[in-house]
Ligand binder design. Structure first.
Ligand code: GTP
Length: 563
């Protein structure tokens, strides 16, 4: 069988392997396709044979592969011819092939190796027979083989050390296929993927003599080989499936429906809430509500970033309802959700646009990576989707990628964009963008700014300058200053709001990344302290993953109250 053809078949079935290392995939085909076709009754032992040519494929040019192909074909022929020697003949092939897989070898060396495999597999048996040490079954088999040998090329002389090995061959030979020994083989069989992985490691690892595995002795556990079904399945091109495979297939799970933003919010806040509710539940096990328990609860709530004020509100309400009585975790969650809702409701406001301004200018500020650019893209999508004319200004002149990122968002949202070179004066760009937006009668201008740490005085001064410059064109501009907060940052967000509010006059907040590992409690503390509107929350990186902030939903998600 032509190995090139087999290679083709296999590569269809193993897409990923083919993409990364097509050379690696090919040799498995030798096994995959050749075994069932050539030696149907006992395919497993031949499998490692396919591993051997991996090295040939990797290290040698295509032209030289034909030599390897010839060698492998030669190897296959005697195998198919001596079916009557099921395990005894085929087993010795395994070690030789594994050894070859351990490192690259020249074609010549490999051919020698392969040749010696078939010699090892066949000739010593013959020699043992001459010594009268073989079982009757083996004798019969040898007779059949001897007939074949008449037409085969003359074999080299048998080395004395081979004879001992043949005694072991004879012992194994007595076991018919399907007995315990071959069952063990089947049980040890590895899926094709495993074999491929082994090949990958062979491909990547520098190969030395020492790395070449020792040739296993017959009777020792055989290396893992793919089960026949796996081999067949892997050989089929895309669009085909083997019936055997289908029979074994488990029912395919229905595709997961996309989670709603609320589910994603809940999932994002699950860590916050489950940690908190778990601690609360253990706090109230078999305890009546007393001063000590209330104090412990307050500590827990503060640790969950909810803030002292909100923590005290919760404990006060709980005490007024249940002091001296039994309290369950559910009682606490319910009261907690209610009190958090009371804190958040006043700040859950829509983002008001005064479209008489033409444009209404929105300046977006915040610490690096909090999601400014992404949030601008999401806002632009909502606004232009509603029919408003939107212009974006790439005021993050510090980061080339930020400019490119905003251009992509402009393109996606069909918004105009004003940008300048990397390192340009951000205030100058904001001014220019404002003018252009006026000329083009844009409804909304959204200005991106470079992320900056709140403790970098120089950068904060630059932000101040942007605000001042915009005010020259319109004393009310920027009309909205939005600060993005990363929900995963915790307590630091409180300080971020404090400083950006002072420098840039932040008028509202958007909390991003609430879909991730969130420390969402901090939004409660920020709301209680700053009472700034929270317009939206980010629940993913996608264009639609920006949702209006809903106090009750958020509060229940944090408190772990069932939806
Ligand atoms: N999971 C998740 N990722 C978000 C969300 N919002 C933004 N991101 C990701 O956060 C990373 C930073 O977002 P950017 O929009 O580049 O943040 P930035 O504030 O403009 O960053 P700088 O320009 O460095 O200041 C990106 O990988 C975004 O895809 C969100 O709501 N959820």
């Amino acid at each position: 069988m032509a190995i090139g053809f087999i290679k083709k078949i296999f590569s269809f079935g193993k897409g990923t392997v083919e993409e990364t290392k097509p050379q690696d995939a090919a040799p498995e085909a030798d096994v995959a396709a050749a075994v069932p076709a050539e030696v149907p009754p006992a395919p497993e032992p031949v499998i490692p044979e396919a591993i051997a040519p991996v090295d040939v494929e990797i290290d040698e040019p295509v032209a030289e592969q034909s030599a390897a192909e010839e060698a492998s074909e030669e190897l296959l022929e005697p195998l198919s011819d001596i079916e009557a020697l099921p395990l005894a003949v085929e087993d010795p092939i395994l070690p030789a092939e594994i050894e070859t897989a351990g490192g690259p070898a020249s074609d010549e060396a490999r051919n020698d190796e392969n040749t010696s495999v078939s010699e090892d597999a066949v000739v010593p048996v013959d020699a043992a027979a001459e010594q009268g040490e073989l079982s009757p079954t083996t004798q019969e088999a040898l007779e059949a083989y001897a007939a074949l040998q008449e037409t085969a090329p003359e074999e080299p002389p048998v080395e004395p050390e081979d004879l001992a090995e043949q005694e072991e061959i004879a012992a194994v030979e007595d076991q018919p296929i399907g007995d315990d020994a071959s069952d063990e083989l089947a049980a040890d069989a590895a899926p094709v993927e495993d074999v491929v992985e082994q090949d990958d490691s062979v491909f990547e690892a520098p190969v030395s003599e020492a790395a070449v595995p020792e040739e296993p002795v017959l009777g020792t556990p055989l290396p893992e080989a793919p089960a026949p079904e796996a081999v067949i399945a892997a050989s089929l091109p895309k669009g085909f499936a083997s019936a055997a495979e289908r029979a074994q297939e488990e029912p395919v799970a229905a595709p997961q429906p996309k989670l709603t933003w609320y589910q994603r919010l809940r999932r994002g806040l699950a860590r916050t809430s489950s940690q908190l509710t778990g601690q609360i539940a253990s706090l109230f096990t078999k305890r009546k509500l007393d001063e000590a328990t209330l104090q412990d609860l307050e500590d827990l709530l503060i640790q969950a970033d909810l803030g002292v004020e909100t923590a005290m509100r919760i404990t006060d309400t709980l005490a007024s309802e249940r002091y001296g009585k039994d309290v369950s975790g559910e009682d606490v969650s319910r009261i907690m959700a209610g009190e958090i809702t009371k804190v958040l409701s006043p700040v859950a406001k829509p983002l008001e646009l005064d479209l008489s301004h033409k444009p209404h200018v929105i300046l977006v500020v915040g610490v690096n990576g909090t999601g400014k650019t992404t949030t601008i893209g999401k806002l632009a999508a909502k606004l232009s989707g509603a029919g408003l004319k939107v212009m974006l200004a790439a005021g993050d002149t510090f980061r080339a990628a930020a400019i490119e990122q905003l251009k992509i968002w402009a393109d996606r949202t069909k918004s105009d964009i004003v940008s300048s070179k990397l390192g340009a004066d951000a205030a100058g760009l904001a001014y220019e963008a404002f003018q252009q937006a006026r000329e083009k009668k844009a409804d909304v201008l959204i200005i991106d700014t470079a992320g900056r740490l709140q403790n970098k005085a120089e950068l904060m001064a630059e932000l101040e300058k942007i605000v001042r410059v915009l005010g020259k064109l319109d004393p009310d501009a920027p009309h909205t200053v939005l600060q993005t907060l990363d929900a995963t940052t915790g307590q630091n967000a409180l300080q971020q709001v404090e400083i950006f509010r002072n420098v840039a006059g932040v008028s509202g907040l958007i909390m991003t990344k609430l879909d991730g590992t969130a420390r969402g409690g901090i939004l409660v503390a920020i709301s209680a302290k700053h009472k700034l509107p929270v317009y939206f929350i980010g629940v993913g990186e996608g264009i639609d993953d920006l949702e209006p902030f809903e106090a009750k939903d958020f509060a229940e998600a944090i408190a772990g109250v069932a939806a």
